[in-house]
Design a protein around this ligand. Structure first.
Ligand code: SF4
Ligand code: SF4
Length: 465
């Protein structure tokens, strides 16, 4: 039988899951945390604490700054030392709340025991409110506020919840370890999200390079189904190991054989996609009243002797994590936040983790060396590899010509920045650099155009009133 996967493009990099046997270990709490107020797509949260305030772990320190925003909680107990700008991992200033750690006191009502709570609350509105109050955001990379995702706009109906356990980025294994070590909680979280959406079917999709996770979750799902009808309709699906299988649109294609159109959303084709760690965070927020204050981070790389998966308090300085594991290896030339395909180079090791930080990867000079660039030989390999059906060689040429109109017409805005084109190009052309710039320009133009159209419509409406 053919192995299930998405229909267009994709590549097969070495998955390099060298940390796959590292169990999730709890990192000791750092002496100081720096908690950013913008850790999600949408408006930054607004601080509600002041310098000198005493806070407990799990206490709200910033409230949503708009509809598309999320609560931020303190991940530690201690004293607020400052509120102001601090450099993030790219070296840009971000507003953070600095908290000096004192003890480990938690807010009342947070259940930190390991007792598994399998009974599913029945009121979708109450579930979504708890998810909102827990500051849960998508942990698969996009950090989209989960309560917003679980409230489809009028007229849109979810037909299938997909829980993304693909973890197709090479090197990263924190999702895999979560499936193995917290599989029960992930399955309960899946049933809770299913209830919130009012959907009958949920698929937990896992790539077939993680057979232990597929077997374990299949067993857990069967056990839960035997206990309660709230788990009916949850299935486990094995997908082919192919990058970027975990891309939202690619996953929907693989699981449902439906394609999200250019500019469209998963809900347009009846899908909602959440990551396995998001399902765990939902479980914790709803069943244990525990907000999203920690997350698991893979620390890895061939040159890094102390591979690890660590449970890290949000706002922990990267340098603290790295020092705990023995420091930056001498032959590391580059440190990346995330994986090698979609991760970001870290310019500042003093930056602190965010809710969505999933990995720290060390690469040697040899691993980061780019092949010398030569002329395009029109082989078409970049187009064959593109999972969005784009023509990267053409987008590169149009960007160099400064033709934003043609870039938009050729859908550069649909690029998901997966890097498959760059990975495939035998001429070493830095396609992703150019396409990323082009995409930013075109999206800026589209945004400005939409804002102008909205303003014109409002002005016309005001005139007629
Ligand atoms: S980075 Fe963009 S253009 Fe390149 S393969 Fe991925 S989606 Fe296509
Ligand atoms: S893969 Fe590289 S050489 Fe081949 S067509 Fe694309 S840009 Fe040109």
């Amino acid at each position: 039988m053919a192995r299930r996967t998405f229909s267009i493009g994709g590549v097969h990099p070495n998955d390099a899951k060298i940390s796959r046997n590292c169990k999730i270990e709890t990192l000791p709490t750092p002496p100081t945390v720096y908690i950013a107020v913008a850790q999600h797509i949408g408006a930054p949260a607004k601080p509600v604490v002041a310098v000198g305030d005493k806070v407990k772990a799990g206490q709200v320190i910033a409230e949503p700054g708009g509809f598309m925003s999320a609560y931020i909680h303190s991940s530690v107990s201690g004293t607020v030392k400052s509120i102001g700008p601090r450099k993030d991992l790219s070296g840009n200033n971000q507003m953070v709340v600095e908290i000096a750690v004192e003890g480990d006191e938690w807010m009342e009502g947070i259940d930190r025991t390991d007792t598994l709570v399998t009974e599913i609350p029945q009121d979708p509105k109450a579930i979504i409110e708890k998810i909102k109050l827990g500051g849960v955001v998508g942990l698969g990379g996009a950090t989209f506020p989960t309560h917003v995702k679980l409230s489809p706009p009028p007229g849109k109906k979810c037909e299938m919840l997909i829980i993304n356990g693909c973890e197709c980025e090479p090197y990263l294994t924190s999702d895999f370890r979560t499936l193995l070590e917290k599989g029960e909680q992930v399955v309960v979280g899946t049933a809770i999200i299913k209830k919130a959406l009012g959907v009958d079917m949920a698929t937990i999709a896992i790539e077939d390079n993680k057979p232990e996770a597929i077997d374990h979750i299949t067993k857990v799902v069967a056990e839960m189904k035997a206990k309660s009808s709230d788990y009916a309709g949850i299935e486990v699906m094995s997908l082919m190991k192919k990058y970027p299988e975990g891309g939202e649109k690619q996953l929907i294609d693989a699981v449902m054989h439906r394609q999200v159109k250019s500019g469209g959303l998963p809900i347009d084709v009846g899908a909602v996609v959440d990551n396995v760690c998001t399902a765990l965070a939902v479980y914790e927020a709803v069943q244990k009243n525990k907000p999203l204050v920690d997350n698991s981070v893979t620390v890895t790389g061939e040159c890094f002797p102390h591979q690890a998966n660590l449970l890290v308090r949000v706002g922990t300085p990267l340098s603290y994590i790295i020092d705990y594991l023995g420091g930056v290896p001498a032959d590391a030339a580059k440190v990346i936040s995330g994986g090698p395909m979609m991760g970001k180079a870290i310019a500042n090791l003093d930056a602190a983790t965010l809710k969505g930080t999933g990995g720290i990867l060390f690469l040697t000079e040899k691993q980061t060396r780019r092949m010398p660039e030569s002329s395009c030989i029109r082989c078409g390999k970049c187009a064959d590899a593109c999972p969005m059906g784009l023509e990267p060689f053409l987008l590169n040429r149009l960007y160099k010509a400064g033709n934003t109109e043609a870039l938009e017409a050729n859908a550069v805005q649909d690029c998901i920045m997966c890097g498959c084109c760059l990975y495939s190009c035998p001429a070493g052309i830095p396609l992703l650099d150019a396409i990323s710039q082009a995409r930013g320009q075109v999206m800026g133009i589209m945004k400005a155009r939409a804002a102008a159209a909205k303003a014109a419509a409002e002005a016309a409406k005001a005139k007629t009133e």
